[in-house]
Design a protein around this ligand. Structure first.
Ligand code: PEP
Ligand code: MG
Length: 393
């Protein structure tokens, strides 16, 4: 995106464990790139979208995003592709920031640096290790700055590598989609034991907590969840989560049940109230109408916010502000299929939500976001670090 004074560039990520209610990511099909090409989406950007928004003012993000939605005309961006609209919408925001000569975060608002949620052990659709739970997250909350929190996260990550190598052999230290290790753990507890041991061996027992993203739709079928070789109903899985929360310093659980299980989320939320944050991702897909339902049923304490689930920045900001007004938290998130784009770091700072999930401290597409946050911290100062304030229990 170019204007007389500004320039903006953005790209759209992709998910492996996508929710069925997400906006549509337009792929070409056919043989090229195994059907995953995006020539149609790119053509939409360069023809339909370009024609519609050329000449509009980039400082009017909401007007441009409204024009994108109207041009698309569907409920799930299936005409233009949410990959096309996400990239354009974010490029508009970057261009507006460039026109003002400042970082994207500062045109969005608050200036609070989020605590990082680092996914250091991968399972589910992000790995081939047979572990049901998709993400095991270390959450360095109790630090005075983002850089100290990230340093602790990185030290724990490398300690974990050594522990995995010792237990399973060095061949087991390969990485999953989000840069976390993917060892062949037999049980959920094996993964949590490794993580707990690496936190204490690195010397951060009191300062670093644990989170999980079950992404439970991916192990739900015919009314049962298959975890650790057992088939559990929602009640059995609830009991398992409660027992895990008793045994480990877990403070956050994302998508503990499948994407239509609003009531089961609510039961778990009540049972773990004031101890564990319950996060909706596939449940709510950054979509205001699904979030309203989750709020009315009390399903979650925080929203996982992914811009490409809905397809424009404005709709994502509306989703965040709906949650913040209702007293809920927000976690801004990357996707398993990421790019080097760093907009989510600025968005997390700008909306002041206090939490960001961007994978392990490893692989350029993940570290790009953490490095951007280090840069923003050098601008705003360590006191802008949110610490534990974003967590809503
Ligand atoms: C997630 O489920 O939170 C996630 C980041 O994975 P994906 O991008 O595969 O949906
Ligand atoms: Mg998720």
């Amino acid at each position: 995106m170019r204007t007389e004074k500004g320039f903006g560039r953005a790209s759209s990520p992709s998910g492996a464990s996508t929710g069925v209610h997400e906006a549509l990511e337009l792929r070409d099909g056919g043989a090229r790139y195994g059907g995953k090409g995006v020539l149609f989406a790119v053509k939409n950007v360069n023809s339909l979208i370009s024609k519609r928004i050329s000449g509009m003012d980039v400082s009017g993000q909401a007007e441009i995003d409204r024009a994108l939605c109207e041009l698309d005309g569907t409920s799930n961006k299936s005409r233009l592709g949410a990959n096309a609209t996400t990239a354009v919408s974010l490029a508009v925001a970057q261009c507006a920031a460039s026109e003002r000569g400042c970082g994207l975060h500062s045109i969005l608002g608050k200036g609070k640096i989020p605590a990082p949620m680092l996914n250091v052990l991968n399972g589910g659709k992000h790995a081939g290790n047979g572990v049901a739970i998709q993400e095991f997250i270390i959450y360095p909350l109790n630090f005075n700055s983002f850089s100290e929190a990230l340093c602790a996260g990185s030290e724990i990550y490398h300690t974990l590598r050594a522990l995995i190598s010792k237990k399973y052999g060095s061949a087991a230290t390969g990485l999953g989609d989000e840069g976390g290790f993917a060892p062949p753990c037999k049980k959920t507890e094996d993964a949590l034991d490794l993580i707990e041991a690496s936190i204490s061996e690195a010397g951060y027992q009191k300062k670093v907590k644990i989170g999980i993203d079950a992404a439970a739709s991916s192990f739900f079928s015919s009314g049962k969840y298959t975890v650790d070789g057992k088939k559990l109903d929602a009640k059995g899985l609830t009991d398992k989560y409660i027992s895990l929360a008793k045994s480990y310093p877990i403070v956050s659980m994302e998508d503990p049940f499948h994407e239509e299980a609003f009531e089961d989320f609510a039961i778990l939320r009540k049972k773990l109230a004031r101890r564990v944050q319950i996060v909706g991702d596939d449940l709510t897909v950054t979509n205001v109408s699904r979030i309203k339902k989750a709020i009315s049923v009390n399903s979650m304490s925080s929203l996982l916010l992914k811009v490409n689930q809905i397809g424009t920045l404005t709709e994502s900001l509306q989703a965040a502000s709906l949650c913040q007004r209702a007293g809920l938290g927000v976690v801004v998130s990357h996707r398993s299929g990421e790019t080097e784009d760093t907009a989510i770091a600025d968005i997390a700072v700008g909306i002041g939500c206090g939490q960001i999930k961007s994978g392990a401290p490893c692989r350029g597409e993940r570290t790009a976001k953490y490095n951007r946050l280090l840069l923003i911290e050098s601008e705003l100062g360590p006191r802008s670090f949110a610490g534990a304030s974003g967590l809503v229990l």
